[in-house]
Design a protein around this ligand. Structure first.
Ligand code: BDR
Ligand code: CA
Length: 306
């Protein structure tokens, strides 16, 4: 299975990269980075460091630094000043490729028509720019799995909006309306995929250097989660998008038209699911509405401790 992961590491992004790289049968063509949780230079350095830690044989290609028309809004309060919590890794410049991330996406999809699964777990700026630059990718990409949105639940930045869509709603609107085969893995399901302290202890004990690294990141992430969300664990948002790309049977989906709010005073980045067809528009997104969280967490733990 050929995958491109579009990321903004970010602690859960780093875990998503680890999950993809450790899963048998996955061919990670490369990572592309976007400004999101942190500015682009940091998300790129972090992605490169994680690739090096995992001994990957692919590179990271830096993409867009900020949203289509807005200022970048970052999330250091959740991921820490470096973006990787308490994890401190050596620089890995040799893992940074010298092609623009948007061109990497376009070229790989054109070179492997109908074979590439594009998993986007940051703001959708790179994906929107790829579509704007070469419309043919819409039909040539196998599918696009997006971690983003909160269709039936509240948001995590505002009551209305989830972070990735909040940061660049105009890009999200372009991608959602593109006609590509899209599955949305939003807070509706990711807030059920929680990694607890017990899981983290097991990862540190049995997961070798990757488990230790995940432990250093999630110790930090868990503290922020307790303050911010009052949940009993930290959400595996981005890893769940990888999980869904690998195994659709983990989730139940519903195809509806999803509108993205770009103009609202309080609702910027809201993802509005038109369940009853009030807008009279063709359904455009497979929205994940239920997840088998036990099966997902078990397979996450198994992959990262084996
Ligand atoms: C999303 O926002 C980011 O902070 C995470 O990396 C994830 O992609 C969750 O809302
Ligand atoms: Ca992310």
């Amino acid at each position: 299975m050929k995958i491109i992961l579009d990321v903004d590491p970010g602690i859960d992004d780093a875990m998503a990269i680890a999950l993809a790289l450790k899963t048998k049968g996955v061919q990670l063509l490369g990572l592309t980075t976007v400004g999101g949780n942190l500015p682009l230079n940091k998300t790129t350095d972090n992605a490169a460091k994680i690739l090096k830690l995992l001994g990957a044989n692919c590179k990271v290609y830096p993409g867009m630094a900020g949203p289509l028309i807005r200022e970048l809004h970052t999330a250091e309060q959740i991921h820490g000043p470096t973006g990787l919590g308490y994890l401190d890794l050596p620089a890995a410049q040799e893992y940074i490729g010298n092609k623009h991330g948007v061109d990497f996406i376009i070229d790989e999809i054109n070179n492997n028509p109908h074979e590439v699964t594009l998993i986007a777990v940051g703001p959708l700026t790179n994906v929107a720019n790829a579509i704007k630059k070469d419309k043919s990718v819409i039909d040539k990409v196998k599918e696009i799995i997006i971690m983003g949105g909160a269709v039936y639940t509240g948001g995590n930045v505002t009551p209305a909006a989830e972070f990735n869509i909040y940061v660049d709603p105009e890009s999200a609107q372009i991608v959602f309306n593109s006609g590509a085969n899209i599955t949305l893995v939003g807070l509706d399901v990711t807030l059920q995929a929680l990694l607890t302290e017990e899981h983290i202890e097991i990862l540190k004990e049995k997961g070798g250097k990757i488990g230790q690294a995940i432990g250093s990141m999630t110790d930090f992430y868990l503290e922020r989660y307790k303050d911010h969300n009052k949940l009993k664990g930290c959400a595996l948002h981005d890893p769940l998008a990888v999980g869904v790309a690998l195994d659709k049977s983990l989730v139940k989906t519903q195809k509806v038209f999803v509108a993205v709010e770009t103009k609202g005073e309080f609702t910027r980045g809201e993802t509005l699911g038109d369940v009853h067809g009030r807008f009279g528009k063709e359904p455009n997104i497979n929205v994940c509405i239920e997840v088998d969280e036990k099966r997902f967490i078990n397979s996450f733990m198994e992959t990262l401790t084996s």
